[in-house]
Design a protein around this ligand. Structure first.
Ligand code: NAD
Ligand code: ZN
Ligand code: ZN
Length: 429
């Protein structure tokens, strides 16, 4: 038997229970002994009862790091023509898992859109028990898992120094690769790579900015104020914090003039970002060509109006998952701006009409992060920002604490009310 955290519908009912240890059910399965499991804003949607059709209890959690303790028959050295973990993964290897299953073999996986794999399943749902457990079964494990034993061959550079740094990373740091760090990187990456953002990044008007037109523009050249990138981040939970860090990292690297307003109604969430920004901007020193201001909702509108003379933000990253955040994003975005939403939204309609989107030429970019594809970029950032992602419980640490299942119900309640930030569970504590 094993100990797990279970949610009972309709809402707010967290119980710690003993259930059987999972076993191999399919030859592509792996069983992982969980060392640490995360509590995420995405766990709060079923907890609050906003997921329609959820009637059965489920083992919670979709962020976990651990050790392989059993493998299905499809894992063997002669397994060729499939994701290479089928040939290389061994019992005893340390692995981290994206929060959804991906086969690594279908069209979506092959092109990098792994979160829409035809076999996709979300851990922590009734049919795919989650990681807030001592053991978990991982379906399609050869396409899903990331082997930390072999991580030195990742695209971050297999040099000796990198290998050594990776070897020293704490499990609490590596766990951030399951979801929130790749998702923050994804949100920032989407915003900065949108064709509507490129005029500011290339100093060329649209569509020349995308290499689209050969003739010269008829308009006067871009002025300095046209090129300043103004971005809002709506929601400063753990994912919002990761997005802030990823965005700053990408902007500093490109030497772009920028302004970011980082928005949350909860004071302790704002304070955390203020502390992290102070640390990061100090580390970058003179190279900075922009700044980040932390704000509550009301003041954020005044800030953007003042910065842009009423034009609005080039991009708004929505990292909350409710309609009020989507409405704020629409208010803040400028004509020809884009809203990149990674918040998980329930069945309620998007709070604007087609006409409102048309009248502002707004691009809406929604959806689940393809963690498996974003993994190398997220790992690269994780390595370089150990001042935020490395330790537990410091003023600028993203992870606030590691607790046992004995306080699971209280921890869910605290996280739901914004009384704490990112918390991890040690199932063996
Ligand atoms: N797309 C993906 O792949 C993906 C991955 C991970 C998480 N998520 C989602 O991202 C969202 C954030 O996750 P988290 O772990 O940071 O959760 P969280 O609940 O801790 O963070 C949400 C934050 O938004 C703030 N907030 C609430 N209403 C607001 C508003 N109107 N304007 C501004 N801020 C507001 C809250 O105070 C809170 O700090 C959740 O919806 C989660 O499900 C999506
Ligand atoms: Zn998550
Ligand atoms: Zn697939």
């Amino acid at each position: 038997m094993q100990s797990v955290v279970r949610l009972y519908p309709p809402a707010y009912d967290i119980r710690v229970e003993e259930i059987p240890v999972p076993t191999i059910e399919h030859p592509d399965d792996a069983i992982v002994k969980v060392k640490l499991a995360g509590l995420c804003g995405s766990d709060l949607h079923p907890y609050r009862g906003t997921v329609e059709g959820l009637t059965e209890p489920s083992v919670c959690g979709h962020e976990f790091i651990g050790e392989v303790v059993a493998l299905g028959a499809n894992f063997h050295p002669g397994a060729t023509g499939r994701p290479n973990l089928y040939a290389t993964l061994k019992v005893g290897d340390k692995v981290v898992s994206p929060f959804t299953v991906s086969c690594g073999e279908c069209h979506h996986c092959r092109v990098g859109f792994t979160s829409r794999c035809v076999e996709s399943r979300l851990f922590g749902t009734p049919h795919t028990p989650g990681g807030q457990a001592q053991y978990i079964r991982v379906p399609h494990a050869g396409g899903t898992l990331y082997n930390l034993q072999g991580i030195s061959t990742a695209s971050v550079g297999p040099d000796e120094e990198t290998k050594e740094t990776i070897g020293k990373l704490a499990d609490s740091s590596l766990l951030l690769l399951c979801d929130i760090l790749p998702t923050g990187v994804f949100a920032a990456f989407q915003a900065l790579n949108h064709p509507k953002t490129l005029p500011m990044l290339t100093s060329r008007p649209y569509p020349q900015s995308s290499g689209g037109a050969l003739l010269e523009s008829v308009a006067v050249p871009l002025k300095r104020e046209d090129k300043v990138l103004t971005i809002a981040i709506v929601g400063l939970g753990p994912v919002g914090v990761c997005a802030c860090i990823a965005l700053l990292d990408m902007l500093y690297a490109r030497d772009i003039e920028f302004r970011i307003v980082a928005i949350d109604p909860t004071e302790i969430r704002r304070k955390k970002v203020e502390a992290i920004y102070a640390r990061i901007s100090q580390a970058y020193g003179k190279q900075q060509n922009g700044h980040l201001e932390v704000s509550d909702i009301t003041a954020s509108k005044e800030v953007v109006t003042k910065w842009t003379q009423g034009v609005g933000c080039n991009s708004v990253l929505e990292i909350v998952g409710n309609t009020s955040a989507l409405s704020l994003a629409y208010e803040l975005v400028r004509p020809f701006g884009c809203i990149t939403s990674v918040g998980v939204h329930a069945a309620r309609p998007v709070p604007y009409t087609g006409q409102q989107l048309y009248d502002k030429n707004v691009s809406l970019d929604f959806g689940r992060c393809p963690v498996r594809a974003m993994f190398p970029m997220a790992l690269d950032l994780l390595l370089r920002r150990q001042d935020v992602f490395g330790e537990v419980g410091g003023e600028t640490s993203l992870v606030e604490k590691i607790v046992g299942f004995d306080v699971a119900a209280k921890t869910y309640d605290d996280f739901d009310k914004g009384r704490c930030g990112k918390v991890l569970f040690d199932p063996w504590k």
